[in-house]
Write a protein that binds this ligand. Structure first.
Ligand SMILES: Cc1ncc(COP(=O)(O)O)c(C=O)c1O
Length: 409
């Protein structure tokens, strides 16, 4: 098979090929690191400059005047984020960073009672998630409350049946499950709907860290009855370093007037916030339902929100189905080509997004890839992560990457 010719043809036919020009693409590189930091959309400078201009022109009045007033600025992001995660607008808010938001959500949703006090996570969760979970349990007086969906061996994926068995055996002791939608380490995509249902059957609250899932896989959080979720904006969402993050809280919880949260003035009723009342009143929408905005604490950083907007506009223009189709085509090519590379083991199973995690025998591989212009990353002890992203990568880059990989192993 002439893979180069195959890739050239696939790229020529690619309906998304023009979008690469909407990003600043690092010259001379194969950029396969969109799972860590997405590239800068070319519209970012203008969007950020517009905020700087408003600040220069209006000073404090910029909070309330002009088409991009800062007081309601976060609302500009809500619709696009809700579409990306499959949510109602009231269920979503852009705010803070991911780890901060996980803490805020754990405060609301980790309510241990009696023997139901465990927090269930996948094996090898992102460390920050584990720190958050362990610290919440400890704050409640519980040591050793975090348990993990067991892995059969280090280079194997996680199996749903093992989780279901765990829930059968220990589910009544689990207060909350917090799982990554796509695992950061091996790129395995979990079945969010099935796991959420299984958690609910066992009586647990089920929340998701979607850092590696948002903008990367299909999400229908509302319909899947997910209790809560959080994600960051700098990976597949291309919001820039330290981008503003996002939160989902299911409507059924928003309608539960007994739900508790950490409270700050930016979560207070918009109409009376500046009357500075002593008591907190959560934000409600036109139908008088509390919204996820009520979880906001501080007045938000406007510049990072402006930086995220152009990418969200691109997602709205292209839509996830087209991105997923190209992802599938590039992923299948990568999978086929990696089969012929000696001395490596692909850890990522068929259930995946863009990312491939490749365990290598030779510890020099990553260094050599980098020297040859491949931008991926390395995770100890032996894993190279690469993620061809539909917005700006090509089939030909995959062929070239695997050609280079073969020279490094
Ligand atoms: C899966 C996952 N969770 C949490 C985090 C932490 O994110 P932040 O530094 O934005 O809090 C990351 C960062 O890469 C991540 O990949």
């Amino acid at each position: 098979m002439d893979w180069e010719a195959y890739a050239r043809e696939a790229d020529a036919r690619d309906p998304l090929k023009g979008y690469r020009n909407d990003f600043f693409y690092p010259e001379g590189k194969i950029y396969f690191c969109g799972n860590s930091l997405g590239l800068q959309p070319k519209g970012v400078r203008e969007s950020v400059n517009a905020v700087l201009d408003d600040w220069a022109k209006w000073a404090v009045e910029g909070h309330v005047v002009g088409p991009r007033a800062w007081k309601p600025y976060h609302e500009r992001l809500t619709g696009a984020l809700a579409r990306l995660v499959g949510a109602e607008a009231r269920e979503v808010v852009a705010m803070n960073g991911l780890s901060v938001n996980l803490h805020l959500l754990l405060t609301t949703f980790y309510r241990p009672s009696g023997e139901r006090r465990l927090i269930l996570m996948e094996d090898r969760p992102f460390p920050s998630d584990r720190y958050a979970a362990v610290s919440h349990a400890r704050l409640m007086g519980f040591d050793d409350a975090v348990v993990h969906w067991p892995r059969r061996s280090p280079h194997e994926p996680l199996y749903l049946e093992d989780l279901l068995r765990f829930l059968d055996e220990h589910g009544k002791k689990v207060a909350l499950a917090l799982v990554g939608g796509v695992n950061y380490y091996d790129g395995q995509k979990y079945d969010i709907q099935t796991i959420t249902e299984a958690g609910h059957r066992a009586g647990c609250v089920v929340g998701w860290d979607l850092a590696h899932a948002v903008g990367n896989v299909e999400l229908k959080l509302h319909d899947w009855d997910v209790d809560f979720a959080a994600w960051c904006g700098y990976k597949y969402l291309n919001g820039g370093p330290g981008a503003v993050a996002g939160v989902f809280i299911h409507e059924k919880h928003l309608r539960d007037e007994t739900k508790m949260r950490r409270e700050g003035w930016w979560g207070h009723d918009k109409a009376t916030r500046f009357a500075m009342p002593p008591d907190f009143v959560p934000i409600r929408d036109d139908e008088h339902v509390i919204t996820a905005e009520s979880w906001q604490l501080s007045n938000p950083a406007i510049l990072p929100m402006a930086a995220l907007e152009p990418s969200l506009a691109l997602f709205d223009r292209v839509g996830m189905p087209a991105l997923l189709e190209k992802q599938k085509s590039m992923g299948t090519l990568m999978e086929n080509l990696l089969r012929d590379v000696p001395n490596v083991k692909v850890l990522t199973p068929a259930e995946r997004g863009c990312q491939f995690s490749i365990a290598v025998e030779n510890p020099k591989v990553y260094e050599r890839l980098t020297a040859a212009g491949v931008v991926g990353d390395w995770r100890e002890p032996d894993v190279v992560r690469v993620a061809p992203v539909p917005f700006y990568n090509t089939h030909s880059e995959i062929v070239e990457f695997v050609r280079i990989l073969k020279t490094t192993v």
